[in-house]
Design a protein around this ligand. Structure first.
Ligand code: HEM
Length: 425
């Protein structure tokens, strides 16, 4: 048998199996649908409870729609082949080329937005870097940190380390809006955050690195995990090492990544105890900081984490530590007669070594427990999980491949073949 004929038969067989699978799943949806027309959110979660339904729904619907629309032609086989390839490559490991065909302009959109943003507000480069760290350390780099509270979960934004502190959500929203216009339903918020963090560092003079892509977005968030997994500014060296080890990062990664404190600001509440109570602080530095951070009150008064060059990503942070001018107790722990002293010394005199280690550690941090393949989802707006309601089209003239997605205040979003996708507000 000719190879093209064999692959054609294989594909049409797969398409038939797929139709069968979709029919079974959609029948289950429609049975549930009659029971939950008013309480949309509850419906969504009921739908999610159907065995293996949500994970492949998007891909299955796209394939199914296309298979019906194109069945019978040679072209359909080729297109189906491409679609199967797309689905196949959408699972598994992260890859820098993940969106090269599906959203080739992604990195340009992120880069242009970040250039404008950092030009107007240099601190935003620091804030987005921290946002990425706080995402990755809480159940992996899955954009859970971006989610607002919902009826079913309390988000991470108001966890102790994040409340009144995290910045940059609006920048991610701006990028996401632009990306959705050009590549709807394709790029995860988690990947946008990873790219924005990288660009922020580079724009402030730091190293750049290749970001592997293909992360998907969490459908939920955990305030308790945010409270327990993120190290606090009062941490000891052993606590810092343990917190990073719990995420698969070693002490060298931890020290290199702490060099992120070469940019950005901290609030008085987070460094008060260090500048008033600790012995390992330069006296002149302590009194300089005390001027804007009283022993009580002024909790939100800001000070630069790097007293020398707060808007430049360089190795001055490590030179500060050697001069006992670290702002946080946890910063100074890295140079306090402990195991990281030698590395701090090295980074303080070798900016290149710090830049290379920081970039490599950022790649490792960005690989913490990503959702890939069919796990999670691609949000359409980064602050909210998708909430789907799928319903058979009432238009009998439409083919069985036509589906209408609807909800309480459904806003038409896009069309895939003859399927319409709406978003619940
Ligand atoms: C080693 C453990 C770490 C601790 C204890 C820690 C703690 C803190 C604290 C308390 C602040 C100030 C927040 C505020 O006052 O509102 C801060 C700011 C910051 N952190 Fe960390 N951090 C750590 C590691 C990291 C890592 C790994 C990164 C990134 C790779 C990072 C990036 C930043 C940045 C850029 C800022 C400034 C943010 C801004 O100006 O908006 N930190 N950190």
């Amino acid at each position: 048998m000719k190879p093209w004929l064999a692959s054609g038969l294989l594909m049409s067989g797969s398409a038939l199996l797929l139709r069968l699978h979709v029919t079974v799943k959609l029948r289950a949806i429609m049975e549930l649908d009659s029971a939950c027309s008013s309480e949309q959110l509850a419906c969504h979660y009921k739908y999610r409870s159907i065995s293996s339904l949500p994970s492949h729904l998007d891909s299955i619907l796209r394939l199914y729609t296309y298979s019906v629309a194109m069945a019978g032609s040679v072209e359909s086989f080729l297109k189906l082949c491409c679609l199967f390839c797309l689905v196949a490559t959408s699972s598994g490991q992260l890859s820098p080329a993940f969106y090269s065909r599906t959203c080739p302009t992604l990195q340009t959109i992120v880069s242009l937005t970040m250039r404008t943003t950092v030009l107007l507000d240099p601190r935003m480069g620091a804030s987005l870097l921290r946002l990425f760290f706080h995402d990755c350390f809480v159940n992996g780099c899955d954009a859970s940190v971006l989610l607002d509270d919902t009826a079913t979960f309390t988000g991470e934004k108001n966890a102790g380390p994040n409340a009144n502190s995290l910045r940059g959500f609006d920048v991610i929203d701006t990028i996401k809006t632009a990306v959705e216009l050009l590549c709807p339903g394709t790029v995860s918020c988690a990947d946008i955050l990873a790219l924005a963090a990288r660009d922020g560092v580079a724009l402030l003079g730091g190293p750049s690195w290749t970001v592997a892509l293909g992360r998907r977005d969490a459908t939920t968030a955990s305030q308790s995990a945010a409270n327990s997994n993120l190290p606090g500014p009062g941490s000891s060296l052993s606590q810092l090492i343990a917190a990073f080890a719990a995420k698969g990062l070693n002490a060298r990664d931890m020290t290199a990544l702490s060099g992120a404190h070469t940019i950005g600001q901290a609030r008085c509440v987070n460094f008060r105890s260090h500048i008033y109570n600790d012995a390992n602080v330069d006296a002149g530095f302590a009194s300089q900081r005390q001027r804007n951070c009283p022993s009580s009150g002024g909790d939100n008064n800001l000070a630069p984490l790097d007293v020398q060059t707060p808007n430049t990503f360089d190795n001055a942070y490590f030179r500060n530590l050697i001069a006992f001018r670290g702002l946080l107790h946890s910063d100074q722990e890295l140079f306090n007669n402990g195991t990281q002293d030698a590395l701090v010394q090295q980074y303080s005199t070798n900016a290149g070594a710090f830049a290379a280690d920081f970039a490599a550690a950022m790649v490792r941090m960005g690989n913490i427990s990503p959702l890939t393949g069919s796990s999670g989802e691609i949000r359409s707006a980064c602050r909210r999980p998708w909430r789907f309601l799928w319903k058979a089209s009432s238009n009998s003239a439409a083919s069985s491949a036509s589906w209408l997605l609807q909800g309480g205040s459904c806003r038409l979003r896009s069309t895939v073949g003859r399927a319409q996708l709406c978003r619940l507000s």
